[in-house]
Write a protein that binds this ligand. Sequence first.
Ligand code: FUB
Length: 522
Amino acid sequence: MKHVACCLTFVLLGGCMSLRSQTPRVIHSKGNPILADGEYYSADPAPLVVGDTLYILAGRDEAPADVNDFAMREWQLLSTKSVSSGTWMHYPAILRPETVFSWAEPGHAYAGQIVAGRDGRFYLYAPVQQAHSSNQDPFAIGVAVANGPLGPWKDAHPSGPIVSQSIPERNTIQNIDPTVMVDEDGRVFLYWGTFGKLRSMELEQDMVTPKAPEISVTTLKGFFEAPWLFRRGNTYYMIYAANNAGPDSNCTRAIYHACIAYGTASNPLGPWTYRGVILDPVSSTTSHPGAIAFQGKWYLVYHTADAKGGGHFRRSVAIDEMSWDDSSNPAGIIKVKPTRAAAPPPAPTRNMASAAEAHASNEPIPVQYALAALNDGIVRRNPLPPDMWASWSQHNPPVQWIEYDWPHPVELNGARIQFWNDQPAGSNVGVAAPASWHLEYWAGNQWKPVENATAYGTKADGINEVTFRTVTTRCLRSVFQASGEGDAYAAVAVQEWEALTPRAVVPQTQTSAPPSQISRCY
Ligand code: FUB
């Protein structure tokens, strides 16, 4: 009864949930992502080793499935004594911005990092929003201190943040994504930044006082956000999320996505030399790294949208081994191969799309979109541009097409397509479902319309399914007559396009050649 009353009081105060969720729990992870069941999403991992334990600080994504925005109210911790064991302790809800920084707004518990200070205490560098700020952007970096990574935390600089748009000097960037390294000689270095702006600053050994002016770092190719500074031997490494996008980019084809790239320096304040890409884009649009040595191995932590119900704003922390190429000087980081928890064997399906390579009439497609979205099997409730192929340009042509090429002929007798629109049917601007469309197949020496096709639906809010007389072909096209008329047409966008074979088969038996080795049909 007493418990119920207590809970009722807490519920009224909004606190019962947070009290309950602070209880640590044991997780038996089957592989990446570590927390995979969708109960807790976890983002922006920052690793820390203390004795025999690896900790990962993470934010918590709480956005509803159809909301494209960060909803991050608190930080959580994962810890393990053996990565390969898969056994983790999960400490949900270790801290909220407003509970440690009296000057901070609730919410926006973005990417932080816990660092061991020379004084034996632990410092949490936390991007939060100032409650009363006259700055154009209220993000600021606060520092909390504790005797252990689990807290309890208190403000290490109660007069306010150590970095904002007005502290220690005026800047116009968004002051988030701090990374801090205490060097072997005790010097302390802070880097931070996003949206292509990276700043650094040396701090005094008190971990909070600026020692020198801010420096802008401009030599790390494609830098977007999420810097992570560390040292191996005599070399300083900066890994970061980069988004230099384009059809020939070694980083990412779609601008909304990011790869993890890195640079090296022989001095903690640079100059920095770009060295390459260590992680290809992940399933979430953001990518955010941390790297650390633990029990004789190096690990890369990052996040993805791969948990149950995951998405771009419902991310989950993953961990993989990271290895080195010591034959070069400085040693290079070998590209990390992301791993996933073993998935159940794929169910038989009529959809042959995953075995095909996609092409489109507007290649190279605009960098905000992704051809790979056509056959990735993912339809999001509120997709972002890289979740679809689209043809938007300044002057949309009246006809556009998308195409699947298979390495070997496949039997097909149907297709399902899901359009996306931001304009109603008939529009001649923006993106609208096409006025009409039809399917063509490669008949060995020419494209021919499929025969006996049922109605080609053009609804924008669901699946349009077509069946047709069975063909055996290596290539299939959807040809769209865009909405509009005269000189003005809307663009067409497709979230998912399935090509159906008459009888369900296990999908991986369909393909042998990797994409890009599949010859085109002309
Ligand atoms: O989690 C919010 C933001 O997303 C982080 O600050 C960025 O690094 C990106 O991961």
